[in-house]
Write a protein that binds this ligand. Structure first.
Ligand SMILES: NC(=O)C1=CN([C@@H]2O[C@H](COP(=O)(O)OP(=O)(O)OC[C@H]3O[C@@H](n4cnc5c(N)ncnc54)[C@H](O)[C@@H]3O)[C@@H](O)[C@H]2O)C=CC1
Ligand SMILES: O=C(O)[C@@H]1CCC=N1
Length: 276
């Protein structure tokens, strides 16, 4: 069995760990996790997923095949500096960092490494991530099969060109947050229209799941599906008119463009700071 090391133990690492374990890809014994200094978080992961936790890099990297980089982009230089003596040519590095290029990671590691740059999302927790993958030419066919297996275990996985990853980050990496934002608004409205919180939440969740499943299964485009709900002179039309008055559709487009631009900016700032 393979051994996987996680450098960084935040939301994204936990989503991947949880997804891989729940879907029986690997057991906790074969997943080793470290973070910067939050021992309490490591203890929680150990208790919940039975993973191995350590600050001893020697044990972390012993016979490790796959290394996940799962810290924030601002922390990657320090983190890679700390681990680079342990990184070996036959290890596969998988970075989930927004904006940071494969070349930048290789420059930091000062070693020719097999690197995958991935952009999953936190729905990996429930096996529903939309993950995009880019690789460098040192990733072997066997390693690629393994990467595909990991990301397919936690959802959908598609290979893209590296220059498309900023857009994927803006669209689906950050995407769950846009949906939660909508859910929050729906929950707030429920209070004002006189529905009990617990009951409203069930209706909201089922509405989101149902609409997502319709988008997936129906041959109709999203625009037609929306029109099918909207009776002339009816309730939906009245509600959507308010969204249009607030230019909500344009706001969502601007939101995704801004998130994409921020991913590019994170990469550029990183390169500037590293003089890559
Ligand atoms: N949260 C999300 O929805 C997604 C996040 N990502 C990417 O995943 C990465 C992590 O994001 P989150 O999990 O949200 O962040 P987080 O802030 O929840 O976790 C970051 C982790 O990195 C650790 N860390 C920081 N410096 C370190 C060091 N020197 N050595 C070892 N560990 C170190 C921290 O202790 C913490 O455990 C980011 O680069 C982000 O762009 C990608 C897709 C989705
Ligand atoms: O907000 C962020 O920067 C990360 C990347 C995609 C989702 N979360």
């Amino acid at each position: 069995m393979k051994k996987i090391a996680f450098i960084g133990a935040g939301s994204m690492a936990e989503a991947l760990i949880s997804g891989m374990i729940k879907n029986n890809l690997i057991d906790g014994d074969h997943i080793w996790v470290t973070n910067k200094c939050n021992h309490e978080k490591l203890n929680q992961l150990q208790a919940q997923y039975h993973v191995q936790i350590t600050y001893d890099l020697q044990s972390l990297f012993k016979e490790t095949n796959i290394v996940f980089l799962a810290m924030k982009p601002k922390d990657v230089a320090e983190a890679v500096h700390k681990i680079k003596a342990y990184l070996k040519k036959d290890m596969l590095i998988i970075s989930v960092l927004a904006g940071v290029s494969i070349n930048s990671i290789e420059s930091l590691a000062e070693e020719e490494l097999a690197i995958v740059r991935a952009m999953p999302n936190t729905s990996a927790t429930v096996g529903r991530s939309a993950s995009a993958l880019s690789i460098n030419n040192r990733v072997t066919a066997e390693q690629m099969k393994l990467v595909q297996q990991i990301f397919e275990t936690v959802g959908l996985a598609t290979t893209v060109r590296e220059d498309q990853l900023d857009a994927v980050t803006g669209l689906s990496g950050s995407g769950p947050a846009y949906i939660y934002y909508l859910a929050e608004a729906m929950e707030k409205s429920a209070e004002e229209i006189g529905l009990e919180k617990g009951m409203a939440k069930k209706f909201i969740i089922q509405t989101l799941i149902g609409a997502a499943e319709m988008l997936d299964k129906s041959p109709k485009e999203s625009e037609q599906l929306r029109k099918d709900v909207t009776s002339p002179g009816g309730t939906t039309e009245a509600g959507l008119k308010v969204l249009d008055e607030h230019a909500v559709q344009q706001a969502v487009i601007d939101c995704i463009k801004e998130a994409t631009a921020q991913s590019k900016k994170l990469g550029l700032n990183f390169n500037k700071s590293m003089k890559v």
